[in-house]
Ligand binder design. Structure first.
Ligand code: UFG
Length: 326
């Protein structure tokens, strides 16, 4: 079966591609390489294409007879989505519509979508179940919630079958050391802490110490990128077999504060990580922890890398490699 992985040259997409290596699926990648790396797509057919180019997207889909599409290509910087919302609505919503319209036109009706815990905004209760009301606060979160609504409508109108996967905090690197997280600029907690440990950054900034949590810093549910990839594969198989749209959280049902992450990182790296306390960052909910019962029960998903030590160890191996090459 032929699958198109949109955004396959990026962080999560590249781990997905690697996961596909042990399967019978035939994989192509579509990426505009704006944030992804061509190196991640080597050995695959790479269509360099921007989703805003409707005709090109349509042509690629038409020529290749895909049976399903996975869509990882979105902008993910919450802070930037406040200062430049147009960039987020245009790419994450309008360009996704271009992709969906070509799919519907060509009767490619299986779609796996990278959604986010950002659709919940400040949650009503913890852990968060999939049926909690969506109340995103950032433009980024809005874009993900809008696409989820579009998918529901496209299912009704065109029988497009989809799985939306609401990622909690994606992190870690492949255990074989070959790929990992590499954003520019980097805004995510674990890579930034590890950049301090490796000497690429002098100090880490904690955004807010006055949250209503055990140590005043925000709590998140960190999920390893290889466990995310596994969830995508299970979702794809279930979708193809059962032809039923659905939505799942992907997280570990475990919460760690920013300060706890710093402590674990200090133990693993054997480095002191100096930090300063800054004001809260806009759009940061106090606490996000997934209720992952649904994906465990319905898709038989289980995390192989939920131990935070393992997560940070894989990210540290990757950071050491990056810091050497810089
Ligand atoms: N943090 C800091 N200092 C930093 C960076 C992060 O204190 O320099 C804190 C944040 O305030 C937050 C936690 O570390 O409490 C995690 O921050 P990340 O930026 O690593 O991740 P987010 O929780 O902001 O974002 C992640 C995904 C988004 C998604 C969001 C859902 O990266 O794509 O979860 O809320 F939208």
């Amino acid at each position: 079966m032929k699958i198109l992985v949109v955004g396959g040259a990026g962080y999560i997409g590249s781990h997905m591609i690697k996961r596909f290596q042990d399967t019978d699926y035939e994989i192509d990648i579509l990426d505009n390489l704006s944030t992804g790396f061509e190196l991640n797509a080597q050995n695959y057919k790479l269509h360099i294409c921007d989703l805003s180019d409707k005709d090109h997207v349509h042509q690629i889909l038409k020529e290749n007879k895909y049976e399903a599409v996975m869509h990882f290509a979105s902008y993910i910087n919450v802070g930037e989505s406040y200062s430049n919302p147009n960039k987020y609505y245009e790419n994450n919503v309008t360009n996704t519509l271009n992709l969906l319209d070509s799919m519907v036109d060509l009767k490619i009706l299986n779609f796996i979508f990278s959604s986010s815990a950002a659709v919940y905004g400040e949650p009503q209760s913890i852990p968060i179940t999939e049926d909690q009301m969506l109340s995103p606060v950032s433009p980024y979160g809005n874009t993900k919630a809008i696409v989820e609504k579009i998918l529901k409508d496209y299912d009704k109108a065109h029988a497009l079958k989809y799985v939306s996967l609401r990622y909690f905090n994606a992190c870690g690197a492949h255990t074989d050391g070959s790929i990992g997280e590499r954003h520019n600029p980097e805004t995510h907690l674990i890579p930034l802490i590890l950049q301090v440990a490796s000497g690429r950054r002098e100090i880490f900034s904690i955004y807010g110490e006055d949250y209503d949590t055990k140590d005043g810093t925000c709590i998140r549910d960190y999920v390893h990128v290889m466990d995310l990839a596994e969830a995508h594969l299970l979702s794809l198989e279930d979708l193809i077999q059962n032809q039923k749209s659905d939505i799942y959280n992907i997280g570990n049902n475990l919460g760690f504060s920013v300060k706890e992450i710093i402590n674990i990182a200090e133990t693993i790296t054997h480095q002191k990580i100096p930090y300063e306390i800054l004001a809260r960052r806009k759009g940061d909910p106090t606490q996000l922890i997934a209720d992952n019962t649904k994906i465990i029960e319905k898709l038989n998903w289980s995390a192989n890398y939920s131990d935070l030590n393992t997560i940070i160890m894989t990210a540290w191996e990757w950071e050491k490699r990056l810091s050497k090459s810089n």
